[in-house]
Design a protein around this ligand. Structure first.
Ligand SMILES: [Zn+2]
Length: 290
């Protein structure tokens, strides 16, 4: 691993949400419904430019789930996307246009992570091979069962796709154990892709160093809350069908919990955690856009 990897500027954005009783996403949680926000990252790289990690929700989600079988997805997760949380307006507030986005690092292909890809005309995409292979080509109920809505992908998705697993492997070092290796996604050591399998076949997590010099780890849906991470607490059994492989999900969650204990100050950001989002912004004294 590079001793001084290039730093990047990380913005953690909330782009829409749905609501669930807390016990669905956290075993032993409350009965009352809580927000289940969709976050994505805007990452400003010094030479590549603006990069996204996922997109959160977009209006395409509503359009794609108007009729059956995709409407099943919408019934399970009714989505709210206020105008001020639209990705376009949040990027504009930071001086970035949608056509400026050079690349999207896709954690996995669930609709709440890729709904905005069609709005990014110049971006190339990076994803782990197994997530692509397991989903591309699926249609109808077979796709929606996996949380995959093929109509959300741009028509030329295949041509704009780079496979993360084909990048050079880098050693993360013992302090990141049990995550010892990752993929050098940009070739300069600035953003390391770490597979977090179980929720989806592969699932791409990221390790990078923010402009303040602090490492940040984006863990997507490998866990759904900081509390789950801290306590190694699984979701409800009712969430089990949402997982590609339950036993791998458990192993990945335990690995993240182990890392959490070894590096208690590491900023670990699950994609759907309100608490982690607030803590990230509090650390930077930035206002949140709730
Ligand atoms: Zn997911």
């Amino acid at each position: 691993m590079l001793l001084t990897p290039p730093r990047v500027e990380v913005h953690w954005l909330r782009v829409g949400h749905c609501r669930h009783p807390e016990w669905v996403t956290l075993r032993g949680g409350r009965w009352q419904p809580v927000d289940f926000p969709a976050h994505c990252a805007l990452i400003i790289h010094p030479s590549v430019g603006p990069i996204l990690y996922d997109t959160g929700y977009a209006d395409h989600f509503a359009a794609e789930t108007r009729t059956l079988p995709n409407a099943l997805y919408r019934w399970v997760t009714p989505v709210q996307l206020p105008a001020e949380q639209q990705l376009r307006s949040q990027l504009r507030a930071r001086g970035v246009r949608m056509e400026d986005v050079a690349r999207v690092l896709v954690s996995h292909l669930h609709a709440d992570h890729v709904a905005g890809l069609r709005d990014l005309p110049k971006a190339r995409f990076t994803a782990l091979r197994a997530d692509v292979v397991e989903n591309i080509g699926r249609r109808g109920i077979g796709a929606v069962r996996r949380g995959f809505l093929p109509g959300l992908l741009p028509d030329d998705f295949d041509r704009r796709l780079d496979i993360a697993d084909e990048r050079n492997v880098v050693d993360l070092g013992r302090s990141w154990s049990p995550f010892t290796r990752g993929f050098d996604l940009l070739g300069d050591g600035s953003i390391i892709g770490v597979p977090l399998p179980g929720h989806s076949p592969a699932q791409l997590g990221l390790v990078m160093w923010n402009t303040d010099g602090q490492p940040v780890m984006l863990v997507a849906d490998a866990c759904w809350s900081t509390r789950a991470l801290n306590e190694n607490r699984l979701p409800s059994i009712i969430a089990r069908p949402m997982m590609h492989n339950w036993s791998r999900y458990r192993t990945t969650l335990t690995d993240l919990h182990t890392l959490r204990r070894a590096q208690p100050d590491l900023q670990m950001l699950p994609s759907h955690c309100t608490e982690a989002h607030a803590a990230f912004h509090a650390r930077r004294h930035e206002p949140t856009r709730e």
